[in-house]
Ligand binder design. Structure first.
Ligand SMILES: [Ca+2]
Ligand SMILES: [Ca+2]
Ligand SMILES: [Ca+2]
Length: 306
């Protein structure tokens, strides 16, 4: 920092610099060195941390990638290629997958994105008895970003997982020609599905009961969020592209949510590469939830998620 004579006369802070520099160049050097290393350590603080060889004990001891972020901990099951658990800041799991055959909506059906179902195979679901296997590779590890890519065993489908500090973005990067997929969230708001649970969506600002169904196409930008009055946050899902296909929701047996972008009954409608965010928002206020979803929408349009 250079200080002119004029400045010296005017500013008390300038006097401080003169004093500091004049008395001890060593002290100044040490101060700047400390500043440099402090800023470096802040930059290197990992906001997205990957454990490559993790195990999800709650899912029945399945192999997984564990991705820890300030807002969520994701367990990405390695053999099937879907989330088996998604923990909030308090360690509550909003998915609750378990591999036990016959557990159905209490365990083996749950997950995200559960995308390919009896099309060209069944893929991208935490491995249950009906899931075909995939392979995976870690493509990028940075302090605030992790990318993992899954390829279906038949090499016809590819899904890309991008983990950011505030969300996870799943992109279906390759679609088997002539086949369709959907993107599901089959989970439990606040750890269990209860009658008090509710959802918001891009339809309007009204909270809807967990017993309310939806069969219509969500308005642009397509998003939905699930909440529980006993927790201060919601889990949201956001479709980065709009379409006119139905987006189905229903409460399955009071045991789990069944929400699907591009789903009606068991029909699937999506057949091009598209992206979907899943994350927690630390609010149950409609405007806050909408703002987060819409913010992601704008970012996606700006290309910052590429
Ligand atoms: Ca609940
Ligand atoms: Ca729509
Ligand atoms: Ca739609």
């Amino acid at each position: 920092m250079r200080i002119s004579k004029t400045d010296r006369g005017r500013s008390p802070s300038a006097h401080k610099w003169i004093l500091f520099g004049g008395r001890s160049e060593i002290a100044r050097y040490l101060f700047l060195t400390l500043l440099f290393f402090t800023s470096c350590s802040l930059e290197q603080k990992r906001e997205v941390a990957l454990t490559e060889n993790g195990v999800d004990e709650s899912a029945g001891g399945v192999p997984c990638y564990i991705v820890e972020t300030p807002t969520a901990t994701y367990y990405l099951e390695k053999e099937g290629g879907g989330l088996s658990s998604m923990l909030d800041k308090e360690g509550v799991d909003w998915i609750g997958f378990h591999k036990a055959p016959g557990s159905e909506s209490k365990g083996e059906y749950r997950g995200f994105p559960n995308a390919i179902h009896r099309q060209d195979g069944s893929y991208f679901h935490a491995l249950n008895a009906g899931t075909d296997r995939s392979t995976s590779r870690v493509e990028k590890v940075e302090s605030d970003f992790v990318r993992i890519v899954f390829e279906s065993g038949n090499e016809k489908w590819q899904g890309q997982w991008d983990f950011f500090p505030d969300r996870c973005v799943f992109t279906m990067t390759q679609v088997s020609e002539g086949f369709h997929y959907w993107i599901l969230f089959e989970g439990v708001p606040g750890g269990t599905l209860d009658k008090e649970d509710f959802w918001y969506s891009s339809i309007d600002g009204n909270p809807r009961s967990i017993d309310d169904r939806n069969d219509i196409d969500l308005p642009n930008p397509e998003w939905i969020a699930f909440g529980d009055p006993h927790t201060p946050r919601m889990l949201y899902l956001f479709h980065h592209e709009d379409d006119s296909y139905p987006d189905r929701f229903y409460n399955m047996r009071d045991e789990m949510t069944v929400f699907g972008f591009g789903r009606k009954g068991i029909d699937k409608f999506l057949d091009t590469p598209q992206s979907f965010s899943i994350g927690f928002v630390e609010s149950t206020n409609y405007a806050d939830v909408q703002r987060i979803a819409t913010g992601h929408h704008l970012e996606a349009n700006a290309g910052t998620l590429d």
